[in-house]
Design a protein around this ligand. Structure first.
Ligand code: GLN
Length: 484
């Protein structure tokens, strides 16, 4: 039999139902894998084998079983799990254990999934490479010298490296889709408001969404369904019914209209990426979709707008980490001001400090109108571009990233180049629309390439449907990295 840790949640559920395997078998298989590969990958921020086994042992055996009964899941380190370390991979949250669960955690445990541990991430989700974590970088399972993407790089590497069946990430400007793309797995950012943000430690509250990182599209549909829905603890969560994604995605894509925006095929983009995306579009046409060129004219402003809006919100959200209530408090302090200053100086890494300074500047009186308020106006234009395109198209396809995974260290000292890694993912967050990245090819160096499919607000069903039809007719998702 195949190693259980390499299977999908839907495969495992079938085996569990037949009684061929037990949750403990799955747990042990994951633990064995972690013992073998975690030294190379460093995908996990907090993992306690005994606790995972204990949770597995505590699963109800007789009562009615939830849909995720016995399926292990890993959680990005910025999602609160009661009484478990939740540190956003930042020194400033050292030792922090939240007194409550995020809504998504209650939903998952309510369905009898088993919480395994927390995955590594860029500090406070600031980054595209998982190099800014206080625990050190995670490595890409396809090439250990390369980044796994970010900021949910730990979740993507754990899933791609078979240390996890599936995992949760968060996406503010691409942090689910980009790591999924460069690790060769599936990552879905839901519509803003589809999934409760209660208990997600905020980066940029108007952009953040929690979403699944999985081995295939079916698992993405299952996990999305499990965590979606209205939550009175999050006033931005939408009171809109959750579709039956699993049934919806199995419909044919014949006749669906798909737009291909010309602004996403830019100068300087990798040739191999471009060719894979072109081939994927041809495949979608063969499957019956009608693909046509379109334009999203304000795309060129997305990165600038994002780095004003996201840093402005981040600077405000991070004000709460001051040494009083959470995590770290600096030693040898002389006054309250001294405590704030020393704690924040010691606790935040360089990228977090850079963003706090940038965001504070953009919000300061005198500059607010020139930067922040202008950025909001252009954000509306970007959203309007999508509204117009979706009058004609059911979905839009683009590359997930302009290149495959880059080398660790290659961009970390050049923030502006790093910021461009998300040039294709950021607009979806600014517009609030859903997006999925699925594997669509490999470079000649055997590095995965991701195809991004963007959809109308709350129409996750259509992007899953396109993704599923494509996946069922290709083999990219079946390849596995050989971790040395
Ligand atoms: N890489 C982008 C950033 O650095 C997006 C991060 C994210 O989605 N959390 O802000």
């Amino acid at each position: 039999m195949m190693e259980l840790n390499t299977l999908t949640a839907h495969n495992l559920t079938e085996l569990l139902k037949k009684g061929d395997i037990s949750p403990l078998d799955i747990c042990n298989s994951i633990i064995n894998r972690i013992e073998k590969t975690e030294k190379s990958l460093a995908a996990l921020a907090h993992f306690d084998k005994e606790k995972a086994l204990e949770r597995c042992g505590n699963l109800s055996k007789t009562a009615e079983k939830g849909e995720l009964w016995g399926i292990p899941i890993f959680i990005k380190d910025n999602i609160c799990v009661k009484d478990e370390l939740t540190t956003c991979s930042s020194k400033i949250l050292k030792g922090f254990k939240p007194p409550y669960n995020a809504t998504v955690i209650d939903k998952l445990t309510g369905l009898d999934a088993i919480l395994m541990g927390k995955t590594n991430m860029d500090e406070f989700a600031f980054g595209s490479s998982t190099e800014t974590s206080c625990y050190g970088p995670t490595r890409n399972p396809w090439d250990l010298e390369r980044i796994p993407g970010g900021s949910s790089g730990g979740s993507a590497a754990a899933v791609a490296g078979d240390e996890a069946i599936f995992a949760l990430g968060s996406d503010t400007g691409g942090s689910i889709r980009q790591p999924a793309g460069v690790c060769g797995v599936v990552g879905l950012k839901p519509t803003y408001g589809r999934v409760s943000r209660y208990g997600l430690i905020a980066f940029a509250s108007s952009l953040d969404q929690i979403g699944p990182i999985t081995k295939d599209v079916e698992d993405a549909a299952i996990l999305l369904k499990a965590i979606s829905g209205h939550d009175e603890m999050d006033s931005t969560s939408a009171d809109i019914p959750v579709s039956d994604y699993l049934a919806g995605m199995k419909k044919s894509i014949k006749g669906l209209k798909i737009g291909v925006p010309k602004e996403y095929f830019i100068e300087g983009m990798d040739k191999e990426v471009k060719n894979s995306i072109k081939a994927a579009i041809e495949k979608l046409e063969k499957l019956g979709a009608v693909c046509e060129d379109t334009s999203l004219p304000h795309t060129e402003y997305a990165v600038s707008v994002y780095y004003l809006v996201a840093t402005a919100e981040a600077s405000s959200n991070l004000a709460r980490f001051d040494g009083v209530q959470y995590g770290l408090r600096a030693d040898n302090i002389k006054s309250m001001m001294d405590m704030y200053k020393k704690t924040r100086k010691e606790g935040f890494g360089d990228e977090a400090k850079r963003r706090i300074i940038l965001g504070t500047f953009a919000l300061s009186s005198g500059y607010y109108d020139a930067y922040y308020s202008k950025a909001l106006k252009v954000r509306t234009l970007i959203k309007t571009d999508f509204d117009k395109a979706f009058q004609k198209f059911d979905a839009i396809v683009t590359p997930t990233s302009p290149t495959a995974a880059f080398k660790i260290g290659e961009k970390i000292s050049d923030p502006l180049t790093m910021y461009l890694s998300d040039i294709f993912t950021i607009s979806a967050n600014l517009a609030g629309i859903p997006g999925i990245s699925i594997p669509c090819g490999f470079t000649k160096n055997n590095l995965p390439i991701g195809l991004q499919i963007l959809g109308k607000p709350f129409d996750e069903e259509t992007i899953l449907r396109i993704a599923y039809n494509y996946e069922q007719n290709t083999d990219w998702h079946k390849r596995k990295p050989d971790i040395k």
